[in-house]
Design a protein around this ligand. Sequence first.
Ligand code: CO8
Length: 259
Amino acid sequence: MNFSYLIYEEREEIGILTLNRPNALNALNNDVFDELQAFLDSLKESINIRALIITGAGKAFVAGADIKAFQNMTQQEGYDFAEKGKSVFRHIADLPIPVIAAINGFALGGGLELALACDIRIANKETRLGLPEASLGLIPGFNGTVEALKQVGLGHAMYLMMLAGGIKATEAFDLGLVQKLADADQIMIEAMDLAKKITKNSPNSLHLLKRILREGKEMTRTEAEALESKEFGKLFQADQAERIEGVNAFIEKRKPNWK
Ligand code: CO8
Protein backbone atom coordinates (compact mmCIF):
# COMPACT_ATOMS: atom_id res chain seq x y z
CA MET A 1 0.00 0.00 0.00
CA ASN A 2 1.19 3.52 -0.77
CA PHE A 3 0.83 6.11 1.95
CA SER A 4 1.61 9.83 2.12
CA TYR A 5 2.02 10.01 5.89
CA LEU A 6 3.02 6.50 6.92
CA ILE A 7 6.07 4.34 6.33
CA TYR A 8 5.79 0.63 6.99
CA GLU A 9 8.49 -2.02 7.05
CA GLU A 10 8.94 -5.48 8.54
CA ARG A 11 12.09 -6.72 10.25
CA GLU A 12 12.39 -10.21 11.72
CA GLU A 13 8.61 -10.69 12.04
CA ILE A 14 8.21 -7.28 13.71
CA GLY A 15 6.26 -4.56 11.89
CA ILE A 16 7.48 -0.96 12.21
CA LEU A 17 4.98 1.77 11.43
CA THR A 18 6.41 5.30 11.27
CA LEU A 19 4.16 8.34 11.25
CA ASN A 20 5.79 10.50 8.66
CA ARG A 21 4.59 14.08 8.62
CA PRO A 22 7.67 15.65 10.18
CA ASN A 23 7.00 19.22 9.01
CA ALA A 24 3.94 19.28 11.29
CA LEU A 25 5.61 17.12 13.97
CA ASN A 26 3.42 14.20 12.76
CA ALA A 27 0.22 15.98 13.89
CA LEU A 28 -2.92 13.90 13.40
CA ASN A 29 -5.48 15.11 10.89
CA ASN A 30 -8.28 13.39 8.96
CA ASP A 31 -5.92 12.20 6.23
CA VAL A 32 -3.47 10.68 8.71
CA PHE A 33 -6.33 8.90 10.49
CA ASP A 34 -7.70 7.60 7.15
CA GLU A 35 -4.29 6.16 6.30
CA LEU A 36 -3.90 4.66 9.78
CA GLN A 37 -7.33 3.03 9.44
CA ALA A 38 -6.49 1.63 5.98
CA PHE A 39 -3.18 0.30 7.31
CA LEU A 40 -4.83 -1.38 10.30
CA ASP A 41 -7.54 -2.91 8.09
CA SER A 42 -4.94 -4.36 5.74
CA LEU A 43 -2.87 -5.66 8.65
CA LYS A 44 -5.87 -7.38 10.20
CA GLU A 45 -6.72 -9.11 6.91
CA SER A 46 -3.42 -10.98 6.71
CA ILE A 47 -1.39 -10.69 9.85
CA ASN A 48 2.10 -12.13 9.35
CA ILE A 49 4.01 -10.25 12.06
CA ARG A 50 4.30 -11.08 15.75
CA ALA A 51 4.39 -7.49 17.09
CA LEU A 52 3.98 -3.94 15.84
CA ILE A 53 6.09 -0.93 16.81
CA ILE A 54 4.64 2.53 16.21
CA THR A 55 7.04 5.49 16.10
CA GLY A 56 7.41 8.95 14.54
CA ALA A 57 9.74 10.47 11.94
CA GLY A 58 11.89 13.43 12.99
CA LYS A 59 11.87 15.07 16.40
CA ALA A 60 8.35 14.10 17.43
CA PHE A 61 6.44 10.91 18.05
CA VAL A 62 3.24 12.89 17.47
CA ALA A 63 2.75 16.48 18.70
CA GLY A 64 -1.02 16.06 18.93
CA ALA A 65 -4.04 16.54 16.78
CA ASP A 66 -3.56 19.10 14.03
CA ILE A 67 -4.26 22.37 15.84
CA LYS A 68 -4.55 24.27 12.56
CA ALA A 69 -7.61 22.17 11.67
CA PHE A 70 -9.34 23.35 14.88
CA GLN A 71 -9.57 26.98 13.79
CA ASN A 72 -12.76 26.62 11.78
CA MET A 73 -14.08 23.32 13.08
CA THR A 74 -17.82 23.02 13.72
CA GLN A 75 -19.36 21.16 16.66
CA GLN A 76 -20.28 18.22 14.41
CA GLU A 77 -16.81 18.12 12.85
CA GLY A 78 -15.20 18.19 16.29
CA TYR A 79 -17.37 15.30 17.44
CA ASP A 80 -16.69 13.32 14.24
CA PHE A 81 -12.96 13.91 14.52
CA ALA A 82 -12.92 12.69 18.12
CA GLU A 83 -14.91 9.58 17.09
CA LYS A 84 -12.59 8.93 14.15
CA GLY A 85 -9.53 8.99 16.40
CA LYS A 86 -11.24 6.74 18.94
CA SER A 87 -12.13 4.24 16.21
CA VAL A 88 -8.53 4.08 14.95
CA PHE A 89 -7.23 3.65 18.50
CA ARG A 90 -9.79 0.90 19.18
CA HIS A 91 -8.47 -0.98 16.14
CA ILE A 92 -4.95 -0.74 17.57
CA ALA A 93 -6.20 -2.11 20.89
CA ASP A 94 -8.02 -4.93 19.07
CA LEU A 95 -5.00 -6.11 17.06
CA PRO A 96 -4.19 -9.67 18.17
CA ILE A 97 -0.48 -8.86 18.60
CA PRO A 98 1.44 -6.67 21.07
CA VAL A 99 1.77 -3.04 19.96
CA ILE A 100 4.68 -1.00 21.32
CA ALA A 101 4.84 2.79 21.12
CA ALA A 102 8.47 3.81 20.57
CA ILE A 103 8.21 7.44 21.71
CA ASN A 104 11.19 8.94 19.92
CA GLY A 105 10.19 12.57 20.63
CA PHE A 106 7.29 14.79 21.73
CA ALA A 107 4.14 12.79 22.54
CA LEU A 108 1.57 15.50 23.22
CA GLY A 109 -2.21 15.58 23.21
CA GLY A 110 -3.44 13.15 20.56
CA GLY A 111 0.13 11.84 20.35
CA LEU A 112 0.12 10.72 23.95
CA GLU A 113 -3.40 9.36 23.42
CA LEU A 114 -2.07 7.30 20.49
CA ALA A 115 0.75 6.02 22.71
CA LEU A 116 -1.77 5.16 25.43
CA ALA A 117 -3.77 3.12 22.90
CA CYS A 118 -0.69 0.93 22.39
CA ASP A 119 0.03 -1.92 24.81
CA ILE A 120 3.47 -0.82 26.04
CA ARG A 121 5.36 2.47 25.84
CA ILE A 122 9.11 2.98 25.61
CA ALA A 123 10.30 6.60 25.54
CA ASN A 124 13.35 8.63 24.67
CA LYS A 125 14.36 9.80 28.14
CA GLU A 126 15.07 13.32 26.87
CA THR A 127 11.62 13.99 25.44
CA ARG A 128 8.39 15.41 26.86
CA LEU A 129 4.95 13.87 27.12
CA GLY A 130 1.70 15.46 28.10
CA LEU A 131 -1.90 16.36 27.56
CA PRO A 132 -1.71 20.12 26.84
CA GLU A 133 -5.30 20.52 25.61
CA ALA A 134 -6.31 22.79 28.51
CA SER A 135 -3.71 25.32 27.32
CA LEU A 136 -5.69 25.55 24.06
CA GLY A 137 -9.13 25.80 25.63
CA LEU A 138 -9.72 22.13 24.79
CA ILE A 139 -9.82 18.82 26.59
CA PRO A 140 -8.46 15.48 25.31
CA GLY A 141 -10.79 13.91 22.74
CA PHE A 142 -9.14 10.62 21.77
CA ASN A 143 -9.70 8.84 25.10
CA GLY A 144 -7.01 10.76 27.00
CA THR A 145 -9.27 11.40 29.99
CA VAL A 146 -10.34 7.76 30.02
CA GLU A 147 -6.97 6.08 29.46
CA ALA A 148 -4.88 8.37 31.68
CA LEU A 149 -7.39 7.86 34.48
CA LYS A 150 -7.32 4.06 34.08
CA GLN A 151 -3.58 3.81 33.59
CA VAL A 152 -2.15 6.25 36.15
CA GLY A 153 -5.07 6.99 38.47
CA LEU A 154 -7.12 10.08 39.32
CA GLY A 155 -4.45 12.24 40.97
CA HIS A 156 -1.80 11.75 38.29
CA ALA A 157 -4.39 12.14 35.51
CA MET A 158 -5.60 15.45 37.00
CA TYR A 159 -1.99 16.60 37.42
CA LEU A 160 -1.13 15.77 33.82
CA MET A 161 -4.19 17.42 32.26
CA MET A 162 -4.38 20.46 34.55
CA LEU A 163 -0.66 21.13 34.29
CA ALA A 164 -1.07 20.89 30.50
CA GLY A 165 2.56 21.85 29.85
CA GLY A 166 3.81 18.29 29.61
CA ILE A 167 6.31 16.44 31.76
CA LYS A 168 9.74 14.96 31.17
CA ALA A 169 9.84 11.33 30.05
CA THR A 170 11.68 10.45 33.26
CA GLU A 171 8.74 11.80 35.29
CA ALA A 172 6.28 10.01 32.99
CA PHE A 173 8.18 6.80 33.76
CA ASP A 174 7.87 7.45 37.50
CA LEU A 175 4.10 7.97 37.09
CA GLY A 176 3.76 4.68 35.17
CA LEU A 177 2.79 6.40 31.95
CA VAL A 178 5.72 4.77 30.15
CA GLN A 179 7.21 1.40 30.97
CA LYS A 180 10.78 1.85 29.78
CA LEU A 181 13.22 4.68 29.03
CA ALA A 182 15.96 4.69 26.40
CA ASP A 183 18.74 7.00 25.24
CA ALA A 184 17.61 9.13 22.30
CA ASP A 185 19.75 7.29 19.75
CA GLN A 186 18.84 3.85 21.13
CA ILE A 187 15.06 4.10 21.06
CA MET A 188 14.45 1.86 18.03
CA ILE A 189 17.14 -0.62 19.05
CA GLU A 190 15.56 -0.90 22.50
CA ALA A 191 12.05 -1.14 21.03
CA MET A 192 13.13 -3.95 18.68
CA ASP A 193 14.89 -5.71 21.54
CA LEU A 194 11.74 -5.48 23.66
CA ALA A 195 9.55 -6.69 20.78
CA LYS A 196 11.86 -9.68 20.17
CA LYS A 197 11.89 -10.65 23.86
CA ILE A 198 8.09 -10.42 24.06
CA THR A 199 7.52 -12.38 20.86
CA LYS A 200 9.57 -15.32 22.09
CA ASN A 201 6.44 -16.12 24.08
CA SER A 202 3.33 -17.91 22.86
CA PRO A 203 1.42 -15.75 20.33
CA ASN A 204 -1.81 -17.21 21.69
CA SER A 205 -0.88 -16.26 25.27
CA LEU A 206 0.09 -12.74 24.18
CA HIS A 207 -3.22 -12.28 22.37
CA LEU A 208 -5.15 -13.66 25.33
CA LEU A 209 -3.24 -11.48 27.80
CA LYS A 210 -3.93 -8.42 25.70
CA ARG A 211 -7.62 -9.23 25.55
CA ILE A 212 -8.23 -10.14 29.17
CA LEU A 213 -6.13 -7.30 30.60
CA ARG A 214 -7.99 -4.81 28.44
CA GLU A 215 -11.39 -6.35 29.21
CA GLY A 216 -10.44 -6.79 32.86
CA LYS A 217 -9.67 -3.11 33.34
CA GLU A 218 -13.31 -2.31 32.54
CA MET A 219 -14.68 -4.94 34.96
CA THR A 220 -15.20 -5.29 38.68
CA ARG A 221 -12.59 -7.39 40.48
CA THR A 222 -15.03 -10.31 40.76
CA GLU A 223 -15.78 -10.22 37.02
CA ALA A 224 -12.08 -9.97 36.12
CA GLU A 225 -11.22 -12.91 38.37
CA ALA A 226 -13.98 -14.98 36.76
CA LEU A 227 -12.77 -14.07 33.27
CA GLU A 228 -9.21 -15.10 34.14
CA SER A 229 -10.35 -18.51 35.47
CA LYS A 230 -12.57 -19.11 32.45
CA GLU A 231 -9.81 -18.27 29.95
CA PHE A 232 -7.21 -20.21 31.96
CA GLY A 233 -9.47 -23.27 31.92
CA LYS A 234 -9.99 -23.01 28.15
CA LEU A 235 -6.23 -23.39 27.64
CA PHE A 236 -6.67 -27.03 28.65
CA GLN A 237 -9.02 -27.86 25.81
CA ALA A 238 -7.54 -30.67 23.71
CA ASP A 239 -6.85 -28.44 20.71
CA GLN A 240 -4.75 -25.83 22.54
CA ALA A 241 -1.58 -26.48 20.54
CA GLU A 242 0.50 -23.70 22.07
CA ARG A 243 -0.17 -24.80 25.65
CA ILE A 244 0.71 -28.38 24.65
CA GLU A 245 3.88 -27.23 22.86
CA GLY A 246 4.97 -24.84 25.66
CA VAL A 247 4.58 -27.39 28.43
CA ASN A 248 6.15 -30.23 26.38
CA ALA A 249 9.11 -28.01 25.41
CA PHE A 250 9.78 -27.28 29.10
CA ILE A 251 9.66 -30.98 30.01
CA GLU A 252 11.81 -31.97 27.01
CA LYS A 253 14.31 -29.17 27.85
CA ARG A 254 14.04 -27.45 24.46
CA LYS A 255 12.78 -24.16 23.10
CA PRO A 256 9.09 -24.10 22.14
CA ASN A 257 8.29 -23.94 18.48
CA TRP A 258 5.27 -21.65 18.03
CA LYS A 259 3.62 -22.24 14.68
N1 CO8 B 1 -0.74 20.69 15.04
C1 CO8 B 1 -0.36 21.32 13.89
N2 CO8 B 1 0.90 21.72 13.65
C2 CO8 B 1 1.81 21.48 14.60
C3 CO8 B 1 1.48 20.84 15.81
C4 CO8 B 1 0.14 20.43 16.01
N3 CO8 B 1 -0.27 19.77 17.11
N4 CO8 B 1 2.60 20.77 16.58
C5 CO8 B 1 3.59 21.35 15.85
N5 CO8 B 1 3.11 21.78 14.67
C6 CO8 B 1 3.84 22.45 13.61
C7 CO8 B 1 4.21 23.88 13.99
O1 CO8 B 1 3.12 24.74 13.76
C8 CO8 B 1 5.37 24.12 13.07
O2 CO8 B 1 4.87 24.38 11.78
P1 CO8 B 1 5.40 25.65 10.92
O3 CO8 B 1 6.86 25.34 10.71
O4 CO8 B 1 4.58 25.61 9.70
O5 CO8 B 1 5.21 26.84 11.80
C9 CO8 B 1 6.07 22.77 13.00
O6 CO8 B 1 5.09 21.81 13.41
C10 CO8 B 1 7.25 22.65 13.94
O7 CO8 B 1 6.80 22.98 15.25
P2 CO8 B 1 7.50 24.06 16.17
O8 CO8 B 1 8.22 25.09 15.33
O9 CO8 B 1 6.51 24.58 17.14
O10 CO8 B 1 8.61 23.16 16.90
P3 CO8 B 1 9.28 23.45 18.31
O11 CO8 B 1 10.39 22.45 18.43
O12 CO8 B 1 9.60 24.88 18.47
O13 CO8 B 1 8.15 23.09 19.39
C11 CO8 B 1 6.41 21.73 20.35
C12 CO8 B 1 7.72 21.78 19.52
C13 CO8 B 1 6.69 22.17 21.78
C14 CO8 B 1 5.92 20.29 20.32
C15 CO8 B 1 5.36 22.69 19.72
O14 CO8 B 1 5.29 22.44 18.33
C16 CO8 B 1 3.98 22.53 20.29
O15 CO8 B 1 3.71 23.01 21.36
N6 CO8 B 1 3.07 21.88 19.53
C17 CO8 B 1 1.70 21.72 19.92
C18 CO8 B 1 1.54 20.68 20.98
C19 CO8 B 1 0.10 20.56 21.44
O16 CO8 B 1 -0.44 21.48 22.03
N7 CO8 B 1 -0.51 19.42 21.16
C20 CO8 B 1 -1.88 19.15 21.53
C21 CO8 B 1 -2.77 19.44 20.38
S1 CO8 B 1 -4.48 19.32 20.83
C22 CO8 B 1 -4.82 17.69 20.75
O17 CO8 B 1 -3.99 16.87 20.48
C23 CO8 B 1 -6.23 17.34 21.06
C24 CO8 B 1 -6.52 15.88 20.83
C25 CO8 B 1 -7.97 15.59 20.94
C26 CO8 B 1 -8.70 16.05 19.73
C27 CO8 B 1 -10.12 15.76 19.86
C28 CO8 B 1 -10.86 15.90 18.56
C29 CO8 B 1 -11.75 17.08 18.44
